[in-house]
Write a protein that binds this ligand. Sequence first.
Ligand SMILES: Cc1cc2nc3c(=O)[nH]c(=O)nc-3n(C[C@H](O)[C@H](O)[C@H](O)COP(=O)(O)OP(=O)(O)OC[C@H]3O[C@@H](n4cnc5c(N)ncnc54)[C@H](O)[C@@H]3O)c2cc1C
Length: 335
Amino acid sequence: MQQHVSLLPYNTFGLPVIAEHFYAFHSVEDLRLALRQTPPPYLILGGGSNMLFTQNPQATVLKNEIGGMEVLRTFKNKVWVKVGGGVVWHDFVLWAVAQGFGGVENLSLIPGTVGAAPVQNIGAYGVELKDVMLRLEALDLTSGMIWNFDNEACHFGYRDSIFKREAKGRYCIVSVTFSLTIAQHRLALSYGDIQRTLAEHGAPNPPGIADISKAVVAIRSSKLPDPAKIGNCGSFFKNPETERAVLDRIRQNHPQAPAYELPDGRVKIPAGWLIEQCGWKGKRVGNTGCYEKQALVLVNYGGATGEEVKNLAHAIIASVQEKFGITLEPEVNIL
Ligand SMILES: Cc1cc2nc3c(=O)[nH]c(=O)nc-3n(C[C@H](O)[C@H](O)[C@H](O)COP(=O)(O)OP(=O)(O)OC[C@H]3O[C@@H](n4cnc5c(N)ncnc54)[C@H](O)[C@@H]3O)c2cc1C
């Protein structure tokens, strides 16, 4: 265990908070040892790419560094791969693509760890973690016992799972097993600029999974700020899901308002568009601001506090509420 550790290198917003107790664990046994040697409560930390620290954590910080990638079995067109919770997500994606295993290529370059990916059911470019996850192992932080959760038991939703709700703070996800394809990959090409970027790259038709991964990396690098240069946590808010009547009302004044149909008849309205309409895009407030290329991303230009970022988020929520009658919900975990 380490005392009085700065979390500056461990959160992508680049906030200089201090953990009084900090323990980096490398295996399940090591985690159990940490639970015996350090005081509760506990905060599991992956890559710190979805956390806004507004104060020093009031908990022992347990940093997940459990490694390992293992092929469990192959059959027909499928391969089951078990990955340690501390593995960097993008390293896993690059490894899968290099093996020719399909399913996660659209999720290239999402920061963070494999163990955190089920927590908010990470998603991008038409694919979500729930589409490829078979099961996971989670260690109960009170009893030290390992529990298996299959896909259904995780209660996945849009940027949501049981680990953000009923089971919040109770478990550490120590491994995730994925069901990937070996051939006849199910390609998801219709989202965002994927087709256009593939064409610009001169990719074959149909493209390979490596072509898709490269296209996604190129798109993301051109649109999102690199946390190593400008502190951020990606999308700060979820895209609101509302009744169709709400969209109809908005379109009376904004006929071009974008929206995606949901299977249940409701619609999803891009939060970035709502924020932009309220005049926030590219606006700077002290050391924080709304990123100039994507209004959904709040940034730390250097020297910001978590409280400043939280205040900016509240101001944005209030103005979207006032203009559109929609309450934005943060995607980022505010601590
Ligand atoms: C530039 C940028 C772009 C992004 N783009 C996307 C995107 O396209 N799609 C998307 O979905 N997300 C995106 N994100 C958000 C982020 O990458 C994901 O939420 C990621 O899964 C967080 O992983 P992490 O290891 O950094 O988690 P952390 O930030 O360390 O933790 C997040 C939460 O999960 C909990 N947690 C972490 N590890 C575990 C574990 N092993 N067991 C139990 N609980 C755990 C933490 O306690 C915390 O509550 C982006 C972030 C950035 C900075």
